[in-house]
Design a protein around this ligand. Structure first.
Ligand code: ADP
Ligand code: ZN
Length: 622
């Protein structure tokens, strides 16, 4: 292809040069050049017989038969002067300028093409040669190696990979007994769980070269480039065995070829994937190359990748549990200065679902906050603020809310909190706030005491009721429905749908799944399986009933707790944020008071206990 273009270019340049040569020969015509003034002189003296004009060029023949050329400023004027004299004037069409201009344009285009083409080819060549050796990291390039000590919270994955390290360090020990090392190990799990870190640790521990790529490195605009990169990479790797090749985001090249992904780039991806498979199949048993690959979309990977001899080992890497989180925090804590009031176990408990990367981010945010305040150590307060910022987004200080909206928001959040408190089998409250953060206006946070791995029917149902608490409070107090409950309703619907369609929690429909989840570790919408109209109608009815019942229950609870609701909302309007302890005091006060007096009637909130009368002064406490 490139050669063809080059040949065409050379041909074009030759043609252009030819045209120029012919043209100048024609114009020159081997006759001498004379000045214009001389021509004028001859003209006045009637010494001229013939003038042949081609554009501004004039070929002059004198009476004596002498021929010369000259350039005239205005051919029309020459014709006018010759009038009335015995001079023949002949005009020729002037193609020369046209030809000249066209050829100049051609030449410029050709030049640009040649220069651009050369630059592009050089760039590709440079990139190709740089590509493989550039991605080499590890002991040979003088980095401090990452080891298994830098990885925590994923013990199973570590154990599996320790075996690989053993092999890389001492391949003979395994081959002696006839064992073959796995060629490919697929690390699959959500982003930020430490897949890259683990791969680097394997390289660091075994002390072998480590080639690191991202799948997107191989996906290029031009078909064939990715495939040739794969071949270059393995050529380079084979020179440096034993070694590790790490391909991050392998789904970028390894997505199922039959999948529904867009047609563009499909060809290129298919070729790249094929090249990868061919290379992996072609390892000699003597080539000690281990290919590690990471993905968070194992569901879309081409099944061919998992065949024996390729990525025949798959390791699931999930976000750490509470013990793991504390261990990971301990690793990061060694790199920063912590104040004595920081309890890592408490932070670990307050960060359910956080991945290693998020914990790293948490420690960093806290350090930045401490630095901004000029502190020499990171305190527990900084961790708290950093955590809120990561979980809920930055406070939106600029957002101006009307008093009416703020009022409604306070009742809304108080509604969530009270239901969370009153219902059994719920997570303890962590924080209630009416400070807008991120996309939410206010928040009521609950934190599980332990990481939950399974949820009971009651827990889930109560969770929906808590979510309905915001809307219910607004309905009871202001008799209004606002958009503030949008997020709550969406989440509630999601839970209810899962309960009925995924977890078989409906009495009438029984333990049957009606949806499938197929989005890997990233989470996403699930798809309803094919079903009859009647079943579909029943599902909708069940979901609707569940949601409605929960809403009614929320209304009921809050109707009985109107005093507490009003009390809590008013305090929230003043202090904006309450933690669990403060919240407990407020609810306990009301409860005590209610128990002492005859039960407070719904419409007599004026007799509600003032918070100061309880012996605890929450307002001055915070
Ligand atoms: P992934 O490749 O799974 O997306 P990374 O390995 O890139 O995640 O993790 C990013 C960073 O998060 C790491 O460099 C490390 O600082 C931190 N991290 C993630 N998981 C762990 C873990 N299990 N132990 C220690 N640090 C971790
Ligand atoms: Zn809400």
């Amino acid at each position: 292809m490139a050669a063809l273009i080059r040949n065409l270019l050379i041909l074009m340049i030759l043609i252009i040069i030819g045209i120029f040569a012919g043209l100048s020969w024609m114009l020159e015509n081997r006759s001498p050049n004379h000045d214009y003034s001389e021509f004028i002189k001859h003209l006045y003296q009637n010494e001229i017989e013939l003038v042949e004009l081609t554009g501004n060029r004039a070929k002059v023949t004198t009476n004596k038969g002498f021929i010369y050329q000259t350039t005239v400023p205005d051919p029309a004027q020459v014709a006018a002067r010759a009038e009335g004299k015995n001079i023949r004037v002949v005009f020729f069409n002037d193609y020369s300028t046209l030809i000249f201009q066209t050829s100049v344009a051609f030449l410029i285009i050709a030049l640009i093409l040649v220069i651009g083409g050369t630059m592009y080819r050089n760039k590709i060549r440079a990139e190709k040669s740089r590509f493989a050796s550039d991605k080499l990291i590890g002991p040979h390039k003088g980095h401090t190696p990452i080891t298994f000590a830098d990885v925590a919270g994923i013990p199973e994955a570590k154990e599996e990979l320790e075996e690989i390290v053993g092999f890389l360090k001492n391949p003979k020990q395994y081959s002696q007994v006839g064992g073959n090392i796995p060629r490919g190990v697929l690390l699959q799990g959500p982003p930020g769980t430490g897949k890259t870190l683990l791969a680097k640790a394997v390289a660091g521990e075994s002390g072998v070269p480590f080639y690191s790529f991202s799948g997107s490195d191989f996906v290029e605009m031009f078909v064939g480039v990715g495939a040739s990169r794969v071949r270059d990479l393995f050529k380079e790797a084979k020179k440096n065995t034993p070694c590790i090749v790490f391909i991050d985001e392998i789904d970028a090249v390894g997505a199922s070829r039959t999948g529904s992904s867009s047609a563009g780039g499909q060809d290129e991806r298919g070729q790249t994937l094929n090249a990868l498979l061919v290379e992996m199949d072609g390892f000699d048993t003597s080539d000690t190359i281990v290919v590690l690959a990471a993905t968070n979309r194992p569901d879309i990977l081409d099944p061919a990748l998992r065949r024996p001899g390729r990525f025949d080992r798959q390791i699931n890497i999930l976000p750490p549990d509470i013990k793991g989180r504390i261990k990971i925090l301990e690793i990061f804590a060694k790199k920063v200065k912590l104040a004595p009031d920081v309890v890592l176990a408490a932070i670990g408990q307050a960060t359910p679902g956080f991945t290693g990367a998020e914990l790293a981010n948490l420690v960093n945010e806290a350090a930045l906050l401490a630095g901004r305040k000029g502190k020499s150590e990171i305190g527990a307060h900084e961790f708290d603020v950093a955590r809120d910022r990561i979980l809920m987004g930055v406070e939106r200080k600029g957002l101006v809310m009307t008093d009416k909206d703020r009022n409604a928001l306070a009742y809304h959040e108080a509604g969530h909190a009270i239901i969370a408190k009153k219902l059994p089998e719920t997570d303890p409250l962590h924080k209630i706030t009416i400070i807008p953060r991120g996309r939410a206006l206010g928040q009521t946070q609950q934190l599980p005491l332990n990481d939950r791995h399974a949820y009971s029917y009651n827990y889930l149902r109560n969770r929906i009721t808590i979510l309905m608490g915001g809307r219910a409070a607004e309905k009871i107090v202001f008799n209004q429905r606002s958009t503030g409950a949008q997020g709550d309703i969406l989440q509630a619907t999601d839970i209810a749908t899962s309960m009925i369609c995924k977890w078989g929690m409906s009495e009438t429909l029984g333990p049957q799944a009606f949806v499938i989840d197929d989005s890997g570790f990233l989470g996403g919408p699930s798809q309803r399986l094919a079903m009859g109209n009647e079943t579909s109608r029943q599902i909708d009815q069940e979901i609707g009933e569940l949601l409605e019942n929960c809403y009614q229950e929320a209304i009921e609870i809050l109707s009985q707790e109107q005093c507490l609701l009003k009390n809590l909302a008013e305090i929230l309007l003043q202090v904006e944020t309450l933690d669990n302890e403060e919240f407990e005091i407020i609810t306990e006060c009301s409860i005590k008071k209610e128990a002492a007096d005859p039960p407070v009637r719904k419409d007599t909130c004026s007799t509600c206990p003032a918070i100061d009368n309880c012996g605890h002064n929450v307002l001055t406490q915070s």
